[in-house]
Structures are given as structure tokens and as C-alpha cells.
Design a protein around this ligand. Structure first.
Ligand SMILES: [Zn+2]
Length: 377
């Protein structure tokens, strides 16, 4: 069994919007108070805290008169926020992320409801302390009753409900095709068989519009009604960019998974690359990390194999015909001729072919389980 989330827009009634806004507020207070308590415990007394002690702290908080109103909303999302904070701390201590941040009122808000706090019946979702079902815009069917739902409101004022469902993935029919993928900016994905995905550059497309809206915003008095109105316009453009980018990445990864049995690509560390200021905008816009993440889980669901190649492998500088590696190959050189065998090479396709070869070598050496079908070359 696997889990996947289905995200839908919904339109809350006034009563639901009020209750949810109140829930978000409580989550923020709980999250921030407990974060402060944990920070103090660590820095002042050198004490480490864990989920159980944080959870006990929440119970204590709810008993205090001044926090009595925390009892007006479902306790489940509050508890879940502490659970998520614990995950954030675990990630921090493992060096994967920065120290957990306080939750702010004007950023995206979300509340997680586990099974005891919502009901799902006949395509209707009811949340605790609210009689009417959510008015959901069902854009697709869900595969099973959800185990957890997350309600969120983004900066553009849109409400979403994301439902986590268990399902048994069905492998796609086996295809006799292996491909290597090079990730780039002119084209987001270039495959060893010559396919070039193009790059819609959503950020650049909306840059002028966004700049105008941001300029408009900068002239407003911070905190005024007009300021928030102008801020919403900016958030809506940013949401549009995010949506288009996500949509493009999904279509591309689905296509690649459908057409290929084995896919090799480079493992990336976009976090480090984005430090290059000039390229950072273009790289975030290309969404490489998300691209690789989608390939990985889709490969897992549909019975495909994804092989990640060490990012230090000289995929660009190596000639795929004879294996000669040149000393340097500046980024602006798109076509080159191998000095050893004189093959004429397209920079990106050559890299993709090398990545494919490296992936096959990795598979053959048994680093990952071999697929049942023989590999095609
Ligand atoms: Zn060569």
C-alpha cells in the first residue's frame, strides 16, 4: 500500500471560514508558545525536549485561564502541529533544515485533521465542530476514504483540502526502453534519445506583471487596507506562477514515466546551486528538485526504475562515443567536437547519453535491484 494526497479547492461557508480562521489562530499560538518554551529550555537550561514533553506542555497550556479559548476548536490540529514541530526539530538536529521558525499570521495557514476529527461519507467531508460538509470542487475521484485531511488557505486567499489516501499502486505495462536525462535551463529535461522538453519559464513570463504589482504594493502604507489588497494581487500572480510550474512538471514527469522502464538522472543539490545569485531565479523556476522528487515517487508507484547518478560524474565533459574526458567545457559551448575521436556532440544530449550509460552501469553492478525485463541499449 502507498499513500498519496489529493488536493481540491473548496469554498467554506461563513461559519466554516470563521471556525477555520480561529483554528489557524490557535495553531499559531500553540506552535509559537511551545517553540519558545523549547528554545528557552535548550538555550537557558541546556535541556532537550521531545514530543511527549511538548505534548504535556500543550495540555498544561490549555488548562490555564488565559488560554481557555484553545478549547473552542478541535484539539486534533493543535496536537498535529506539535507533531509537525517535532519533525521540524528532528530535521534540524539531523542537519537537514534550519531551526524551526515561528508561524506568521499572513503566511500560508494549514490545519491537519486525523481520523478522529473529520468524517468522510459518500464523497462528503465533515470536520469536527461543524455540521455542514465542505463544499469541495471535486476535480478527480479519490481512490479510498482519506486517513488524514489538511485544510489550508494560501496567501492568495484560496482554500484547499488535501486528502491523504491509501492505495495499491498498479504497475504500468513493461516497456523496453531506457533513458538518461540531463537537466538544464534552455530545456528542463533533455533525454538521451533526443527529446527536449523546452522551458516555459513561468517566472519570466509573469515578471513584468509581478514587478508592476510589487511596485504598486511598495507605495502602500504597511498594514493598511490598501496594502493588504495590493499584497493579495501580488500573491495571486505568485500563485499563478506556482500552479503553472507544478502543472508543467507533472505533465513532463508523467510522460517520461509512461514511456520509459528505466530512467537515469543526476542527483542534485539545488540548495547549493541556488547560491549562485545570477542563476538562482532561473534554477528555482526550473523546479529540478521537484522534478526528481516526482520521478522518484511515480517510478515507485508505476513499477519503473529510477537511477540517480552521483552529481560529480563528468556527464557533460565526457564524450559518449569514446569516453574521452575534456578538461573544461564552459557553459556557453552548446556543441563541441571530441578531440580524441572527432565525434560532433550536442552538449545536453551527450550528457544525457552519458547519464543513461552510468545508470545502466550502476544497475548492472547491483547497487539497485535489477528490473525483471532485460535492459535495452
Ligand atoms: Zn570521443
Amino acid at each position: 500500500m502507498r499513500e498519496r494526497a489529493y488536493k481540491y479547492r473548496f469554498y467554506p461557508t461563513t461559519e466554516q471560514a470563521d471556525l477555520l480562521a480561529q483554528t489557524f489562530g490557535c495553531i499559531r499560538v500553540v506552535y509559537n508558545s511551545i517553540l519558545k518554551w523549547r528554545t528557552d529550555a535548550y538555550y537557558n537550561n541546556g535541556e532537550s525536549t521531545n514530543y511527549n514533553s511538548a505534548s504535556a506542555k500543550l495540555t498544561e497550556l490549555k488548562k490555564q485561564d488565559e488560554f481557555n479559548w484553545l478549547n473552542d476548536v478541535s484539539c486534533v490540529p493543535l496536537q498535529q502541529s506539535i507533531r509537525n514541530q517535532q519533525t521540524a526539530f528532528t530535521n534540524f538536529f539531523k542537519g537537514r533544515t534550519k531551526y524551526p521558525n515561528v508561524k506568521k499570521k499572513r503566511s500560508n495557514q494549514s490545519a491537519e485533521f486525523t481520523k478522529s476529527a473529520f468524517k468522510y461519507k459518500d464523497r462528503k467531508v465533515y470536520i469536527a465542530k461543524c455540521k455542514a460538509p465542505l463544499n469541495i470542487k471535486w476535480s478527480r475521484e479519490i481512490l479510498s476514504a482519506p486517513t488524514t485531511i489538511t485544510i489550508s488557505k494560501d496567501c492568495a486567499g484560496r482554500w484547499f483540502v488535501s486528502m491523504l489516501c491509501r492505495f495499491e499502486p498498479k504497475s504500468l505495462p513493461v516497456v523496453n526502453k531506457t533513458v538518461g536525462i540531463d537537466l538544464g535551463l534552455t530545456d528542463i529535461a533533455i533525454t538521451s534519445d533526443g527529446f527536449k522538453s523546452g522551458n516555459p519559464r513561468h517566472t519570466a513570463k509573469y515578471a513584468a506583471k509581478l514587478k508592476k504589482a510589487q511596485k504598486h504594493l511598495s507605495k502602500k502604507k504597511k498594514g493598511s487596507a490598501n496594502f493588504h489588497k495590493a499584497k493579495l494581487v501580488v500573491a495571486k500572480i505568485q500563485a499563478k506562477i506556482g500552479d503553472s510550474r507544478r502543472d508543467f512538471t507533472h505533465k513532463l514527469t508523467t510522460k517520461l514515466i509512461n514511456e520509459n522502464q528505466v530512467i537515469s538522472c543526476e542527483s542534485l543539490s539545488v540548495k547549493n546551486m541556488v547560491k549562485n545569485k545570477k542563476l538562482s531565479k532561473a534554477i528555482s523556476d526550473a523546479n529540478w528538485d521537484e522534478f526528481v522528487r516526482q520521478l522518484a515517487y511515480k517510478a515507485d508507484w508505476y513499477g519503473r526504475t529510477l537511477v540517480k547518478i552521483n552529481k560529480w560524474y563528468p556527464s557533460s565533459k565526457r564524450c559518449n562515443c569514446c569516453g574521452h574526458v575534456v578538461d573544461s567545457l564552459p557553459l556557453h559551448i552548446r556543441h563541441w567536437t571530441c578531440p580524441a575521436c572527432e565525434s560532433k556532440l550536442d552538449r545536453d544530449t551527450n550528457a544525457a547519453i552519458n547519464i543513461k550509460g552510468a545508470g545502466q552501469a550502476l544497475l548492472a553492478c547491483g547497487v539497485k535491484v535489477r528490473p525483471k525485463q532485460p535492459l535495452c541499449c
